[in-house]
Design a protein around this ligand. Sequence first.
Ligand SMILES: Cc1ncc(COP(=O)(O)O)c(C=O)c1O
Length: 469
Amino acid sequence: MFSIETNNSSQRVTQHLRTLASDAPVGARLPSVRDLMRDLQVSPVTVQRALDTLVQAGVIEARPGQGTFVADRAEDARVTADYAWQSLALGAQRLSAGGLSSLLTMPTPRMRPLNIGYLHEESLPLGLLAAAGARALRRPGLWARGPVEGQEALRAWFAKETGGAYSAQEVTICPGTQAANAAAFRALAQAGDPVLVESPTYSGAIAAAKAAGLRLVPVPMDAEGVRPDLLEEAFQRTGARLFYCQPTYANPTGAVLSAARRPEVLDVVARAGAFLIEDDWARDFNLEGDAPPPLAQADPHGHVVYVRSLSKCVAPGMRIGAICARGAALERLRLARLIDDFSVPGLMQETALQLVTAPSWPKHLRALRTSLRDRRDLLVQAIRRHLGPEALPIVPAGGLHLWTALPPGISDGAVASGARARDVLVSAGRHWFPAEAPSPYLRLSFAGVRAEWVDEAVATLAEVIESGS
Ligand SMILES: Cc1ncc(COP(=O)(O)O)c(C=O)c1O
């Protein structure tokens, strides 16, 4: 249950087999377990798991002693199903994933992912997770109905992590911070309201704010974070009461809101009578010295709504995050969470708690920082060598991403597609801007980088850029 590696790989094999089955006629034989193991570099258990899933789904048929074949039912479903009525029923599309779907696609072993914002499989604390999961499974009451706000002890841990900015009573556990941000956008504003965001900012926040019906208003940022003068102007001009902000190692730029600007930003927000959502997703990824304290520590009057994730520093499958707030905002957020899904599964919460309170947890974080620093430096060197020093004016002191400038006039979207055709995955900068991109960028992530291919992957990227696509 806690083998995240096997889970990810088996999803990849399932996807691969699904594609093969949809391209082949009914009754066609699919590759053997041995071929799949060799081609996709996975274990027999992983292949078997994928085969079982597809047999259950009726996509393939297993004939003992003969192999697996494209099932009849898959073909029936393809030929006879008519979903045309759904277009009328669904009407206009309001949801937009922006760049999110490409970020969440599963890379095949051939691919060189420079677009992944989660830890590489080899950095995951799988042993610690297995032990934490086993301890969690022995806890009494694990499968009972849990409180909407989450387990007391886990909330207390998150509260302590904020350095005393919040008490456990002010913390609500969420299934990741994407869910936390989405709940905040819905609970703290009404459809049609403006929401101020740094420009550029996290594409998942852009998608969630749009899905909540909010109007995104970009506020420019620079190497020191958002500009307080422009933030003030944006509040005055739009009457916004909500600002989404990443003060520490922002995704995608890696910028840290400077010590001088921190109190200014809080003052501007307080004068506007507004909320500031502080998305502190990268707190554990300080690669040079300590991260600055959360803005929330200097906010006695409840303007800051603070969001923190565990999926980043533990594993992408650890869908646990927290949202912290005070006053009526706390009540509204709890209500939004209740309406969304009642509560986060107890097993997941208990496993998270067992993990982060284990004596070896700080050791994992230290090792993680060292390995991420090495990966960052490898990617920085490769970018400087192949794309030139001007591509990366700033090397961030933390986070997982390098915001890489393309030469003017180049299409970031075309570069991303051209690179993908050559198995190098990058994220086009346009997905990170709430409005038009002022110039072309790529977001290159070092979390999944490996020494044996990074230089070649960036060299390929340089060729794609050079070719003008
Ligand atoms: C800035 C930021 N916030 C929130 C998230 C969502 O993370 P999760 O839902 O896994 O906690 C991400 C993921 O990439 C992110 O970069």
